[in-house]
Design a protein around this ligand. Structure first.
Ligand SMILES: Nc1nc(O)c(N)c(N[C@@H]2O[C@H](COP(=O)(O)O)[C@@H](O)[C@H]2O)n1
Length: 155
């Protein structure tokens, strides 16, 4: 069986980066993983005020809209660093919120797919051939949390 998720208000919606599960990183609170991810596109750019603007965006959709604004240029190394940045945010989310950590762990070894009809990088895209990086990441975070819990139990 494969778990497909996409919209926050649908089954497994807590796996979406748009779910309202805040994270704290480097002393700052971020309302969602999406806020964190979109803001990090602009670390080191000339006008960093966009970072605060994104962090204060009222919704994750608004944060994504700001981060995708074609009139702004993301940091030059974004494509190299974005997977690592997303992973630290997703891991923090599932270490912070134990209710959704339990949902993730309960999926055992099932395949998880972000069933986005438009995203052929983070999701599987409309024809389900995309690399599904977010689903892959959730499975890797699941593995890491499982390992950490086992280590704790045996110590
Ligand atoms: N809920 C939702 N709506 C969309 O429109 C989406 N594209 C996604 N997928 C998420 O979008 C983020 C990637 O954004 P960029 O294309 O890199 O700006 C990432 O969080 C995907 O999981 N989800």
């Amino acid at each position: 069986m494969t778990i497909y998720f996409y919209k926050v208000d649908e089954p497994y919606g807590c796996f979406s980066n748009f779910s309202l599960h805040g994270i704290r990183r480097k002393g700052l609170h971020w309302p969602t993983v999406e806020h964190y991810y979109q803001a990090h596109k602009f670390i080191g750019v000339e006008d960093e005020s966009i970072i605060t603007e994104i962090r204060n965006a009222p919704t994750p959709d608004e944060a994504a809209k700001l981060g995708r604004d074609p009139s702004r240029t993301a940091r030059s190394n974004w494509d190299w660093v974005k997977l690592g940045i997303m992973r630290e945010a997703v891991l923090t989310k599932f270490l912070t919120h134990l209710d959704i950590q339990a949902i993730l762990l309960a999926t055992e070894d099932l395949t998880i797919v972000e069933d986005s009809p438009t995203d052929y990088f983070w999701g599987c895209g409309a024809d389900r051939t995309g690399p599904n990086h977010l689903g892959q990441m959730l499975m890797s975070v699941r593995e890491e949390i499982r390992g950490r819990l086992q280590e704790k139990e045996s110590s």
